[in-house]
Structures are given as structure tokens and as C-alpha cells.
Design a protein around this ligand. Sequence first.
Ligand code: G6P
Length: 608
Amino acid sequence: MCGIVGYVGPQKAMPLLVKGLKRLEYRGYDSAGIALLTDTGLMVAKSAGKIKKLEELLAGNNIGSTHGIAHTRWATHGEPTQLNAHPHTDATEEIALVHNGIIENYRTLREFLVQKGFEIKTETDTEILVHLIRFNYKGCLTEAVRTALNQVEGTYGIAVVSSLHPGVLVAARMGSPLVIGLGDHEHFVASDVSAMLEHTNRVVYLEDGEIATVTPDDYSITTIQNVQITPQIEEVTWTLDQIEKGGYDHFMLKEIHEQPTTLRNAIRGRLSFDEGMPRLNGLNLQYDQLRKIQKIILTACGTSWHAGLIGKYMIEELARVSVDVEYASEFRYRSPILGKNDILFAISQSGETTDTLAAMREAKKRGITCLGIVNVVGSTMARETDGGVYIHAGPEIGVASTKAFTSQVMVLSLIGTLLARMRQMSVQTGQEIIEAMQNIPDQVEQILKTSDQVEKIAREYYKSNNFLYLGRGLNYPVALEGALKLKEISYIHAEGYPAAEMKHGPIALIDENMPVVVIALKDPVYDKVMSNIAEVKARNGNVIAIATEGDKEIAERVNHVIYIPETNRFLTPLLSIIPLQLLAYHIAVMRGCHVDQPRNLAKSVTVE
Ligand code: G6P
């Protein structure tokens, strides 16, 4: 969602901030803006639409400023217009502010400010905050921000500059991530490390309720109650290469192709073949604690929720532990029944999704152990959980999640196998699963070679208006995920269904214009799925099947087959999803869609 970059130091701020914004483009946004401190005061430029438009606006403007803030906005309050874009300024245009999050009591504050004679120009909640800072300003920018924030309810990551304080940048956080980058006589502030990775990998993450005062040579952190904080400096291990396209047309394609590597990283150092058991020390749980677990709650949003659903099928069958999979947005408000031996896993690529974070905090309040299956090291969830398993997928830039999904599923299979070995599973069965896990990266590599074949199939159907995806058992969530991928990036309506449920509704839609993607692997439900395929074919539907290598029979019954290699039944989702990712990608490209930044979507959803 919205992105923040700020800079103070010796370098020219404008190109640096614009580049930083571009690094944040992937998060999703609909307008952009910048405020630079010049000798004659603040220079503010904003535009609706892409950063390119902002660049056009700034072209030829050789501003020497070395101090400024910039923003990409994903509209919540007020349309994505130039007026509503950030930065917002006070009436004197001496203070400029960029803001991620939502000021919930902005209506009350607005009335208060209007009574005090302030003129409000936009529909945004953010403009209210800049006037409130002005109202509280008595000579110190940090104090004005502190007093204003004490009057605010809601979430924020903010960065503030003022022409009254050259060389000072004030930043604060409540529920919306913000990180300070430490350079040589220069400092950065950003909502995401990728905006500053080019300049530094030494960072300090702000915690909720903290305010940072940053100058080129110094920074200090206090709380909104004015308690001094000792900062903890951390080193980010991500590299610049990882956040660049590296020769691929799109980040999504690059990330699909990175999966053999990311899956290797997900299991590296975690498999003990001799014991037939994964080792997950980050869980911070002793074996007897693992044995005592009564119920597992997997909570997540979007693609991560689909990974969770696969996790349920795996863990329940492998370990015989009951698993609830909860949409975080539902869990947080529905007063769930939790026992003292229950454990919650928050599954999140970003580690920042507001609903997942809130669900986790709710469970924590009720006293149960909360663990994370998270990608971004140092993210809020990673810091607030009692332990967990990093998926080590590296930065995921494409909005539609691909490599994070497969790594989440891999980690869930590690957890399922570990819990099973703590219970009834034999060493030998454990070893069989481990061997299969070790083969997965090569098998994914093999499937990626079908990309041209998938592209040909995509060519045949890319003009369709609807798609249906069917699967059973472990591959039912894969059908959901395949449909989600397609709808996210190609804007084609797509539904995922448990194959047999098709008869209870979607079958009404089937005709010669309806492509139906069916995951039909040689597993215990193969014959059932074949019957479902027959039902589709009887109604002139076109079937694209994902099938097990060597299954010749299926080729005679469907329009197209994409083969995947055989693996342990529990791991099939790691392979069956790959052609579906490729199919969505090729279709979206053929339809001329913006694959990496689909309309209206955001990479990290930090509002409710
Ligand atoms: C957004 C993204 C999805 C992602 C979901 C959950 O909707 O576009 O790709 O699956 O958020 O994000 P998380 O970071 O918590 O996995």
C-alpha cells in the first residue's frame, strides 16, 4: 500500500527520493508526490497516477535540495486526485507531511480545527494531521508532532519536514511500518527497506508509539509519552540484485522462476534424514510442548490463507492434530474458542498485513502461543511472535504472490512432518517425506520448462471472460490459488471449487466458452476427479488438466494436459501450482495487463 521515503544528508534529494518511490511502486498506489526543502521554502509537487507523471512534472527542475519526503498513495479517504495526493501542507506551507494508515477520529479533529479557523482543502484524513501539528507548533517540530499524535486515534507511519527546521526530519509509527536507514552523514526514512537498500543496509525499525528525530549526523528516538529509547541497529541481508528484475520482463516471472532456489532455501539446514524429521529450532518449543498441542489455528489473508488451507490438509492427516484455518479479518472480531494448549500460526509474506497482525495480537491477549510463518525478517509479525519459521523466499516484488506461497507450503509441510514424528509417524515414513522434499526444487525446475506449452494454451483461452478451477483434497486449495492468480493479474473472473461441489452451482455456467482447469493427479481421488471431468466435457466445457507424468489415459479425455512429476502425495501442491502460476502470467501478458502492479491491489495491505 502507500509508501514513504524521506532523506536528509549531502546528496541531491529529488532523484534519490524518486528512485526510492520507484522501489516502492510494487506495493500498489494511485498517486505520488514529493516535498523538498529549498532556500525559499518548501517545494511540493504531486500528481495522480504513476510516478512517471510526477517525474514529468519535475523534469527540468534542477533543485539542489538535500532534504525532503516523498510518497505513493493508495486511496482510502478521498479519490486518487492530485489534490488528495501527499505530501499535505499546512496553510503557511511551512510544514509538509506524508502519511500511511488511517486517522480514525479525523472527523472530530476536523470539526475542532474548523472551529479554530483552519481551512481544510481536501477530503483526506492526512490533511487534518498536518493542521493539527501546525496548531500544536511552539518552536519544536518533534514536540508539535508528539502533541498532535497524542490527540490522534488510528494508524500511522508519518514523515514530516518543515522549512522552519532545515535538516530535520521527524518520523513516527503506530501500526504502519517505518524504518530509519543509517548512512554516512546521511539518514533515510522509509516504509520499506527496499527504498533505501541501494544506500545502506544498516537500519533501525521504529516500534509502535515511537517518534524519531533525524538529522544528517544524528537521530534520536522517543515515545509519544516522551520516554527516550535506545535504538537497536540491524543489518538487512537482502541485496540490490534481489529487488531488481534481472533480465526478466516482469518481477512475477522472475519470482516464478526463482522457486527452485527459494524452495531449497526453505528447507536448507532444516532436514535431519537420519531422524526422519525436520528441525525447526525457531519455534522455541520443546518436544513435549509440541506433543501437547491440541489444536492449531492458521490465520492469514489472501494467498497466505490458501497456503494455510493446504497446511490444514497436511497437518491433520499427517499428525492427526486438528487445524482451523481462519481468515484473519474474521478471526479478529469473532471471539474464537481457544484452549490453553492451542497454538496460532500467523502466515504472512510481508509480516505487516493489518488483519493478520490484529488476529495474532488478539490470540496473544488470550494467552495462547503465537508463532509466525513469515518472509520479511524484522517485520512487525516476526518481532511480535513468540517464535516461528522464516520462509526465506527473499524479497517478493510482484503483487501476486508466487514464490512466497510455495515456500509457505513447504514450511507447513515441515511443521506437519515434525508434529507427526512427535506422535505416530515412523522414522521411515519421515525419511520418505524428507527425500521427496529434497527432490521438489529440481522437479519445480522441470515443470518450469513447460512454460512454452502453457503459453500456447494461454493463447487459446486468453480472451475468455470466465474460468473455473477444480481440485480435490490437498489440491482444492491449489484450485483456489490458481483462480486467485488469474483474477488478480488478468482481471478475468475466475472461481476455484472443490471438484465435486461443481454440481451444486458452477456447473450451470459450463458451456463451450468456459475453460475449466482441473488438477487431476494420480492420487486416491483420481477416479472421482475423472468423473468430474466427464461432467464438464458432457456440457462442452474445455478442460485443461494438470496431471501426473505418465498418465496417458487422461490425455484422451481432456483438451490439454500439463504433466507434473510424481512426488509424495502431501507435497503435490508444491508442483501443481507452478503451471497455474504460469498460465495466469501468460494470459495477463497477452491481455496487456500490468502484471506486477495489478489495478487496485496492494502488495502489503496495511489498512483494514
Ligand atoms: C495482499 C497481496 C497478496 C497477499 C495478501 C496477504 O492481498 O496482494 O498477494 O497474499 O495481501 O499478504 P501477506 O503479506 O500477509 O502474506
